[in-house]
Design a protein around this ligand. Sequence first.
Ligand SMILES: Cc1cc2nc3c(=O)[nH]c(=O)nc-3n(C[C@H](O)[C@H](O)[C@H](O)COP(=O)(O)O)c2cc1C
Length: 406
Amino acid sequence: MLRSGLLLGHFWEFGAEEGDEVAGTPRIMTTASWPQVEENTDMATASKRQKTPEMPFVCLTDFQAQARERLSKTTWDYIEGGAGEGFTKEDNIAAFKKIRLRPRYLKDVSEVDTRTIIQGEKISAPICISPTGFHCLAWPDGEMSTARAAQAADICYITSTYASCTLEDIVATAPRGLRWFQLYVQRDRQLNKQLIQRVESLGFKALVITVDVPITGNRRHDIRNQVDLKTNLLLKDLRSPKESSGPCLQMSSIDPSNCWDDLSWLQSITQLPIILKGILTKEDAELAVKHNVQGIIVSNHGGRQLDEVLASIDALTEVVAAVKGKIEVYLDGGIRTGNDVLKSLALGAKCVFLGRPILWGLACKGERGVEEVLNILKNEFHTSMTLTGCRSVAEINRDLIQFSRL
Ligand SMILES: Cc1cc2nc3c(=O)[nH]c(=O)nc-3n(C[C@H](O)[C@H](O)[C@H](O)COP(=O)(O)O)c2cc1C
């Protein structure tokens, strides 16, 4: 029913050419440019899905291992890969393990509440979904499955500019879900404006501007896999189905000239809160506050952009200090356990976001897999709170943290 010889590469997060829509199904890429060796991968994957016996998934890395089995090598490399030597990608995880917890006991923890509020909206736990492109590569229903799982879990799902389903389909399939929209600012201003107005009218609650992709990072796996960066990817037309004329996002690329002064233009055309994703330094955090944005996601794009930058959790403290509580600060990158969530909140994040683990969940079991990933992490976080004596997220603070002397 779906992809034949899927392809992609840097373009997932970079640009696209031409779209296609099949009635009643998600919009998907339709021509192949993965290397030949990957052809028929989806048939093979589908057959593996049928044959693989149901296994208990008890932690997020169980999904990682299974997803690797189920996806083609090129797709796996694309999802999993980091930039350069993959140092920052690894460090995102390792840095959490250098932080030790200081539990407090003899508090009544018979009731523990994981709920919180971001940008004025209630969520069931401070665990949400980062924007990642082209979910149809991992599961046929793509972002529609993700959106339904996010709605069921009662958390926020940031939809990528490069979603493989239309925004209308995503909203229709999970109309009650809390959604933010991630924008790669395009060279064509009119196109940005149309897209922003469209997501606003579709009920998205915030605009997330990704700032760390003026160009795409150097992803060696994709180059080794000979993904053709120039000719291949077909991306749907991101214009509203109702728009018959005007600029089109296809082939339009991310604007590397985008800078701080351009924020005021974006602010002039939307009522939505603006959140900057990819901030790693106190200098940029101060500028973000000065330019009146409503939030920051501390992120290094999962180590996929500039290698050897700080791990997200290591950058969090200086960003939180710089904003002085004036705006909300979130984090993504390397969140794999409930303790990671607890440590992030203890160091000042209001909420964390998951990138790859959501795609692992999708690849393993579609919507149900995403729900399980979210539930496992939520349960682990609940346990972490209980065992450190935190009855509500408001009780999570810096005193819980001991940086290891190792
Ligand atoms: C396959 C893939 C696609 C991504 N696509 C986007 C995207 O379209 N927009 C964006 O802002 N970030 C994108 N990211 C970065 C994620 O939003 C997030 O910052 C990162 O995955 C978090 O790290 P984690 O994977 O360790 O959780 C992508 C990441 C991956 C792995």
